[in-house]
Design a protein around this ligand. Structure first.
Ligand code: BEZ
Length: 259
């Protein structure tokens, strides 16, 4: 992955817990079965891997961030977690299903991710994923890029670390690697951020490092204030920030005649 984002596992658990809470619906779509081998790709601090494991499936969580994996191992010592890169991982034993919540938008080389997932699945195995779709957090991105340009003369157009495809684009890619796409949805999911006026600060601190490499922590305080005033008319309601999330949800099945 090319993102230089620095992951803070404690901030993620304390102020961004909605990520896993929203992901529980995706576990229902996965319908994990006892005895299945399931990979949670981009497992973060392991909450959804744990949810999946309640079904009796054998879950392995993988994440690019060693900070996240360290915390996942501490929270759920009974589960297996490993550091790995979604863009090029390979596995010895194949999986019945690969699950991914709120992670694939960090992996800009989507064809390489899909190839890795396809190779890691058994024939008939399913890929169940949710992540940011076309237009995701576009108000926040415009607020960041406009302020960097207007106030600091920084052109940040090539700093965006995220991949937010349309369902047409993503389904076509899945099909080109031999998946049958049985579900593809693109929907708005306005997402309230925790902690009143500080909610957007936590979000920027957790996810937006790639936009601000030259800013010290002190400079960021002023920068965040400016960004917040720019986007406040669109995203601040009733003393709460509501991020303009747009999700993609896909279920795809690996169709082969034999392995
Ligand atoms: C998301 O879950 O949509 C998201 C999270 C962090 C950065 C960008 C998008």
């Amino acid at each position: 992955m090319s993102s230089q984002n620095v992951w803070n596992a404690d901030l993620y658990d304390n102020k961004l817990s909605f990520v896993s809470l929203f992901g529980k619906g995706l576990v229902e779509l996965l319908q994990p079965q006892p005895g299945e081998r399931i990979l949670d790709l981009g497992c973060g601090t392991g909450d959804l891997a744990y949810e999946i494991s309640k079904s009796g499936a054998a879950v392995i969580g993988m994440d690019f961030s060693d900070q996240m994996i360290e915390k996942a191992c501490a929270k759920y010592p009974q589960l297996t977690f490993m550091v790995g890169n979604g863009e090029n991982f390979r596995t010895q034993e194949k999986y019945d299903a690969i699950f991914s919540n709120a992670a694939l938008h960090w992996m800009k080389q989507a064809p390489k991710v899909i190839e890795s997932v396809h190779l890691a699945l058994k024939s008939g195995g399913r890929f169940v994923a949710e992540f940011g779709g076309k237009g995701n957090v576009q108000t926040i991105i415009k607020g960041i890029t406009d302020i960097l340009l207007e106030e600091y003369r920084i052109d940040s157009s090539n700093r965006n670390p995220w991949y937010f495809p349309s369902i047409g684009e993503y389904s076509t890619l899945l099909e080109s690697y031999g998946f049958k796409v049985s579900l593809a949805q693109h929907y708005n999911r306005p997402t309230p951020l925790i902690d009143g006026d500080k909610g957007l600060n936590h979000w920027l601190d957790s996810f937006a490092d790639d936009f601000f490499p030259e800013f010290t922590k002190e400079d960021q305080i002023i920068l965040y204030k400016k960004i917040k005033e720019k986007v406040r008319p669109y995203l601040y309601q009733d003393n709460q920030w509501v991020a303009d999330y747009k999700r993609i949800r896909v279920v795809a099945v690996k169709e082969t005649i034999w392995d």
